[in-house]
Design a binder for this molecule. Structure first.
Ligand code: GDP
Ligand code: MG
Length: 433
């Protein structure tokens, strides 16, 4: 799906003017792309009708080309399609995970357990996969790692019995997560088994775990599981790979359930809360960088900041003042996060930048930086030893806090320099801004 959508956007970029005919064509291509991904026909029609109406009737904002305008509308409507729900509630509940083999159910059970434990909940895991001989051991290992109690009955073939026993044994746990069996393909006995489990356990959340590579199969799979248990949420796994997760659109459309998390790696902590904006940005990829940067700029009041930042990213020089500006800009909008996400190979850089800097942190950095000389701010490598102590004293903070600021600076600088070293990327960025 991602690829076809990019084609649509490339067409918009490649055309010199946008008129009614072109909009019609674009909508047709958009339809084809979405239908190919098994998105429900009604939904596709509704979406493209909205895009067409808006493209024809809404005037582009001052200074915006009609291309940017149409791109923006498509982007917004796609985001709307996915933005339809609450995150998983932080309250006592039972969660059932369903899905085919290898989609990532068991791994995700461990990740969810970790998520809730970090939030202060006690967690019990129930291993109700009665088809894989090693399923219990896998779950037990994960549970031990994160400090969740694991219940299972190795050898037992009756999944419903395990679930009933497990819920009793783990009654004192605030969160109970049930890991269920999969199959290579949709089979009637699997569907019966999980609907029986759902009936016995009455889980508040019935989450479909889907490999992001699933593509066209997403619709039928989601439909079958939805009929069996009434899917309330989707977790899309292996988003760290090359797949962009276009199939998720169909799963969401079919079940009317929201995406709650993304699995982004094999480790227990590799679980991201779902954010429709970021997801669509990733899905659309580089082809749409210009359009998205437009959006990002519009949403920031100081749009100069981001141009200045982009200039810095391509120039190679990056000072403490730049980092402070970067953090401020990022805090305002999350715009840079979007851009970083769209640059190939950059998503791994994400943890190098503090995207969620609190105002308190920014204020503290400001106080620390005020105790530095201009030369120090321009050339932070000068700051070590005695200088750190002097700055800490002047700012009334611990020297460890000055070091933290410097660490943050070094991370950001590394990221910036990897962008400016990459010639192809630099060209692209320069073209965009
Ligand atoms: P299940 O059969 O649905 O229970 O799937 P598993 O939890 O056993 O996962 C199947 C494989 O996918 C394992 O090798 C996992 O390590 C891997 N896996 C699960 N989630 C992710 C993810 O988000 N990213 C990556 N890279 N691998 C994952
Ligand atoms: Mg499993």
């Amino acid at each position: 799906l991602g690829k076809s959508l990019r084609n649509v956007l490339d067409r918009i970029n490649g055309s010199s003017a946008i008129d009614e005919n072109l909009i019609k064509d674009i909508c047709k291509e958009l339809q084809r792309a979405l239908l190919q991904a098994d998105v429900n026909v009604q939904l596709v029609l509704r979406l493209t009708n909205t895009v067409r109406d808006r493209a024809l009737n809404e005037k582009p904002d001052a200074g915006k080309s009609s291309k940017q305008h149409v791109t923006r509308i498509i982007y917004e409507e796609l985001v709307n399609l996915l933005k339809n729900g609450e995150p998983v509630a932080l309250k006592p509940q039972t969660i059932l995970l369903v899905g085919l083999y290898g989609q990532g159910k068991t791994t995700t059970a461990g990740k969810l357990a970790n998520f809730f434990i970090k939030k202060g909940f006690s967690v019990g895991l129930i291993g109700a996969d009665v088809y894989r001989p090693a399923a219990y051991d896998q779950l037990k290992q994960l549970g031990d790692k994160v400090g969740a109690e694991v219940y299972g009955e190795p050898g037992q073939k009756d999944a419903v019995k395990i679930v009933k026993d497990g819920l009793e044994k783990l009654a004192d746990k605030k969160i109970k997560i049930i890991d269920s069996s999969g199959r290579h393909a949709l089979e009637d006995d699997l569907i019966k088994e999980i609907s029986d489990i759902a009936e016995a356990a009455k889980p508040q959340e019935r989450i479909l775990v889907l490999d992001s590579q699933v593509g066209q199969q997403a619709g039928p799979q989601a439909d079958a599981f939805n009929k069996a248990v009434g899917v309330t949420g989707v977790i899309l796994t292996k988003m760290d790979g090359t797949a962009k997760g276009g199939g998720a659109l169909s799963a969401v459309a079919t079940t009317d359930a929201r995406i709650v998390f993304l699995g982004v790696g094999e480790h227990i902590r590799d679980l991201e809360s779902f954010d429709a904006d970021r997801f669509i940005s990733r899905l659309l990829g580089m082809g749409d960088l210009a359009g998205l940067v437009e959006i990002a700029k519009e949403e920031m009041d100081g749009s100069d900041d981001i141009e200045e930042l982009a200039r810095k990213m391509t120039s190679g020089k990056f000072t403490l003042n730049d980092m402070y500006m970067q953090m401020k800009a990022v805090k305002k909008m999350g715009a840079l996060r979007k851009i970083v996400n769209m640059l190939p190979g950059m998503s791994k850089m994400e943890d190098k930048i503090d995207f969620d800097a609190s105002q308190a942190k920014l204020d503290k950095y400001k106080v620390i930086m005020d105790s530095m000389t201009n030369q120090e701010k321009e050339e932070p490598s000068l700051i070590k030893g005695k200088r750190i102590e002097r700055i800490a004293l002047g700012a009334g903070v611990e020297s460890s806090e000055v070091r933290e600021l410097l660490r943050q600076y070094n991370n950001s600088r590394k990221m910036m320099s990897s962008v400016s070293k990459d010639r192809k990327m630099r060209k692209r960025m320069q073209k965009q801004f």
